[in-house]
Design a binder for this molecule. Structure first.
Ligand code: SAM
Ligand code: SF4
Ligand code: F3S
Length: 451
């Protein structure tokens, strides 16, 4: 018997919950673009869902348990109702695969990050024969070929666009090479077409995504080529990219900062540690001098460029002097905002076999690094008080007390805008600030400015 092309009842409701990084957010949107074709409509109320899709993250410990807790909660809510179709996708789905179906029979389908092109047929097949399935092979080419034929419907002011996926670097702490598979760069034309289609939807800012976004290379076309081509699209006002690896911060990419008006002056470049010994043991393949060289090269091009980063504290073998090196690096660079985490051993990684640092010391180090990082944020935000900055306006706040946008450095800005400001770059005078947010008043829309 052949597979039906749509569900019997075209009024099916899907609830999508997303954990993890920006790429999971992008993927969840693309999964929805796909399942809409077979009859699903999104709902924000999961109690009315016929399908519950959980997009998962495996980056740190507890991620897996979070998935089972989530399903436990779902079971309780649906105890006296018709069970929804339960689909687990994302990095935990890839890492745990059929084990999940054994441990939690409430789950019906498991689909890994490089098998999303199979999602519609997997659902339709399940609908017909109720056979539980796990799809976890790595087939990034087929996935992106399939998805490129389905319109990306995102029409928000700021949209993600995955250009590269997977990782061949195998940092000793990280599960990503195991969950996302080998490094793959999408065809150049496929990316440009998607960027144009997002611009047609009304998108004004594109954030190019990849686990190693600056390693993008498709037949010699690099990230710098993509940025130069996307900035030709009139409607696109801002371009960003994340996450970069210091090893791939090539001169052609650094050069783009010399003349691009649309590439934002914020470089998110995770360093993880300020100690060469720890970087070596993490298999990061660069040292602090090389990282600082990139920083100074960019600062020379444009002194307004700011850096943000990710840090891992209490990596096995990290002594007080290594940790102090990290604090020194933060003092040197004064990162504008950063993420910091205690090392979490991940199954299958080299570092999972190393001796853990005492929990109390780890927690204390996290507190010390965060105090320093947050103090920097507070100082940088305070310096903007009484200054006028450019803000790309994204939406009205849910409680209607103001409008929300972001500075060139991604800092959230709340101000007294109007609905007409949404999607525009507006000059905002900053009145107040705190660690994470700037508060201000609109001066005028940059688009209305007279030369
Ligand atoms: N590809 C990016 C890079 O090379 O910097 C990072 C990708 S990872 C999704 C995001 C961040 O999670 C990392 O930069 C690292 O700081 C953190 N992370 C990854 N594995 C971790 C682990 N085992 N324990 C704690 N933090 C971890
Ligand atoms: Fe993970 Fe390292 Fe790859 Fe980043 S570069 S995704 S940290 S293995
Ligand atoms: Fe998490 Fe996978 Fe992203 S492990 S951080 S969802 S690549």
């Amino acid at each position: 018997m052949g597979l039906k092309k749509k569900l019997n009842n075209m009024n099916q409701k899907i609830f999508i919950k997303t954990f993890g990084c920006q790429m999971n957010e992008y993927d969840s949107n693309r999964i929805y673009d796909s399942v809409k074709k077979i009859g699903y409509q999104k709902t924000d109320n999961y109690e009315e869902a016929n399908c519950y899709l959980l997009n998962t993250c495996h980056i740190r410990d507890k991620a897996k348990e979070k998935v089972y807790h989530e399903i436990g909660r779902l079971k309780k809510v649906f105890r006296s109702k018709q069970k929804p179709l339960v689909i687990v996708v994302g990095c935990v789905a890839q890492a745990e695969n059929h084990e999940m179906l054994k441990r939690e029979p409430y789950i019906d389908l498991i689909i890994g990050p490089q098998a999303y092109h199979k999602i519609n047929n997997t659902i339709l097949a399940y609908n017909q024969d109720k056979k539980k399935l796990e799809e976890t092979e790595f087939d990034a080419i087929a996935k992106f070929e399939y998805l490129s034929k389905i319109k990306n419907n995102n029409s928000k002011v700021s949209s993600f666009l995955t250009i590269q996926e997977g990782c061949d670097k195998f940092c000793h702490f990280c599960v990503v090479p195991f969950t996302r598979g080998p490094e793959y760069s999408r065809p150049y034309k496929q990316v440009i077409d998607e960027a144009k289609s997002l611009a047609d939807n009304g998108v004004k800012e594109i954030i190019l995504l990849g686990q190693n976004v600056n390693a993008y290379n498709n037949d010699g076309f690099k990230l710098s080529n993509l940025i130069k081509e996307i900035q030709k699209i009139n409607e696109i006002k801002r371009i960003r990219y994340t996450t970069s690896h210091p090893k791939d911060m090539s001169d052609d990419l650094i050069e783009v900062y010399k003349y691009s008006k649309k590439l934002m002056p914020l470089v998110h470049l995770p360093v993880q540690s300020g100690s060469d010994k720890i970087l070596d043991s993490m298999n990061r393949n660069h040292n602090i001098k090389e990282y600082l060289d990139i920083f100074y090269k960019l600062k020379k091009i444009n002194s307004n460029i700011e850096f943000s980063s990710d840090f891992i504290v209490a990596y096995p073998g990290e002594e007080e002097k290594d940790f102090k090196n990290t604090l020194e690096l933060i003092d040197n660079i004064k990162f504008i905002h950063s993420y910091s985490f205690i090392f979490s051993p991940r199954p299958g990684t080299v570092a999972s076999k190393l001796k853990l640092i005492d929990k109390a010391i780890s927690m204390k180090r996290l507190e010390r690094i965060q105090n320093k990082l947050f103090d920097n944020q507070i100082i940088k935000n305070k310096l903007l008080e009484n200054k006028t900055i450019n803000v790309l306006v994204e939406n009205q706040k849910a409680d209607k007390t103001g409008f929300f946008g972001r500075s060139e450095y991604m800092t959230p800005v709340i101000f007294n805008g109007t609905e007409q400001d949404i999607g525009k770059i507006v000059s905002v005078k900053i009145i107040k600030s705190n660690q994470n947010t700037l508060f201000g008043e609109a001066v005028m829309s940059v688009n209305q400015k007279v030369a």
